[in-house]
Every structure is written in structure tokens, then in C-alpha cells.
Design a binder for this molecule. Structure first.
Ligand code: HPA
Length: 251
């Protein structure tokens, strides 16, 4: 069966609209994924859903078992995966409430288990990562957004930071100089691991705050983040569920 995989980020530990057929805790050579995987239908679309931060939003970004999560999708025969994420906005267009389908990544994370190519190698392997996301799935998300009238920014550079703390003003200024449009804590190594297993992976980011030192320059509050999560994740889910009306995008 062709299914779309969805990795839910902050604000999406539960996919309310999902009609669950069954759930399965998939064990992998890398340990357990963040939660049991839920299989079911989202507005008619066959999906496999995994909340990245666990069922109770208890796994922080630097502790997520990214390898087990990605392996679990591969194991279940899911070939296309959308990683959903809450991010901070850096560039002018990325105001809170915006949705973005990034096309590039800069990785500032460290110390995470970031590859499957560690042991039992017969030769050293370097994956191509020039274009870190699956272009076909990106196009499907952008098209789905247009179809349901949800405004999306159709490209951008995702800067992945280590967390769990937010960044300093100087770090964000540096990231802006580097060309980052948004900043989040979970985009890597997820995207690279998906590429290593040859999954077609794309990211759908929801901007939930201005990054540190931007906006009014004051501290970033959880209330601000939660307010934007609440009204933005509904639109993000609308986009993903609209993938169903295009067979090409289904799996
Ligand atoms: N920085 C990093 N990750 C985030 C942010 C941020 O400002 N907002 C939501 N996730």
C-alpha cells in the first residue's frame, strides 16, 4: 500500500483528523522510534503518522531518535515522508503564521546520531545532498497549498540548531548572514537520514515566532509560540491532507 509518512512536530503530537486503523511500535536496529506509528486515513489520504517528540511531547529535539524514526518508515514500506516543524522566522518574508517549504539546509547541530553508515561498512559512503529535499514532494506540497488556498513560501533555507535553548541575537544575526530564512531544531539529521535510506522527504515549516532579537527585540515567549502553533498547524494539516487529490503525490 502506498502511504504518505507524516512526522508531526511541536503542536502536532496528535493528528485530530486522523482516523486510526491501527498503531504499531516498530523496533529498529537503532532502538525505538519516538512513539508507536499510527496508520490510518487523513481526509481519505492513507498515512503513517509519527509524533517526533513522542505521544506526550516529552522528547526534546536533541534527544529524538532520528535514526529509529526514519528507519521505521522505511521498514513499513513508506517511501514519501513529510517532516512538519515549528520554526522561528529570520528573513523578512518569514513572519509568524507563515508556512514554508524549504529547499535548502544549513546544519548547526552537533553530537547527534546523524548517519546509518557507521559500522560494518565495506567502503566509505558519501550521499549526494546538494538538494537536500525531494523536489517532487516539495512540488506536491506547494501545489496542494495552492489548491486549498493556503499561502506558502515555496523555498527557503532551514537552519538547524541544536537546542533545546533558543538562539542568541548574535547567533541569529550570523544565521541571517549565512542565508538562513528560518531556524528550527529538528530538520537535521532527519533530512540526511531520509536521503541515506533513499526516502523522498520534504519539510513543511510553520513560523511560530520571530527568531531571537528580531520582531520587537524582546524575549521570545511560549505564549506567542503556542498562539501561532494553534492557528497555524490547522493550515499545515490542510495542506498535507490535500496531497490526496493528486495520485502522483500519493506514494
Ligand atoms: N529557534 C529554534 N527553533 C525554533 C524556534 C526558534 O526561534 N521557534 C520554533 N522552533
Amino acid at each position: 500500500m502506498t502511504r504518505i509518512g507524516i512526522i508531526g512536530g511541536s503542536g502536532l503530537t496528535r493528528l485530530q483528523a486522523l482516523e486510526v486503523d491501527h498503531r504499531e511500535l516498530i523496533s529498529t536496529p537503532y532502538g525505538d522510534p519516538s512513539a508507536p506509528m499510527l496508520f490510518g486515513r487523513l481526509n481519505g489520504l492513507e498515512v503513517a503518522f509519527l509524533p517526533r517528540h513522542g505521544g506526550n511531547h516529552q522528547v526534546p529535539p536533541h534527544m529524538v531518535n532520528y535514526r529509529a524514526n526514519i528507519w521505521a518508515f522505511k521498514e513499513m514500506g513508506v517511501e514519501r515522508v513529510v517532516g512538519m516543524a515549528a520554526v522561528g522566522g529570520i528573513s523578512h518574508a518569514m513572519a509568524p503564521g507563515r508556512l514554508c517549504v524549504p529547499d535548502q539546509i544549513i546544519d548547526y547541530t552537533h553530537g547527534r546520531k546523524h548517519t546509518f553508515y557507521e559500522q560494518d561498512l565495506t567502503s566509505v559512503i558519501h550521499i549526494d545532498f546538494t538538494e537536500p529535499y525531494c523536489d517532487e514532494l516539495r512540488a506536491c506540497l506547494i501545489e496542494a497549498g495552492r489548491r486549498v488556498g493556503v499561502d506558502l513560501v515555496d523555498r527557503g533555507t532551514y537552519g538547524a540548531t541544536q537546542g533545546p535553548r533558543l538562539e542568541t541575537r548574535a547567533e541569529i544575526q550570523r544565521m541571517a548572514r549565512d542565508g538562513c530564512d528560518v531556524v528550527g531544531m529538528t530538520g537535521m539529521p532527519e533530512a540526511a537520514l531520509a536521503r541515506e535510506l533513499e526516502l523522498c522527504y520534504a519539510n513543511l515549516s510553520l513560523v511560530v515566532n520571530w527568531a531571537a532579537g528580531l520582531g520587537d527585540g524582546g524575549p521570545i515567549t511560549m505564549q506567542e509560540i503556542e498562539r501561532h502553533l494553534e492557528d497555524g498547524m490547522g493550515r499545515a494539516v490542510q495542506v498535507v491532507s490535500a496531497l490526496q487529490r493528486d495520485g502522483r503525490c500519493q506514494g
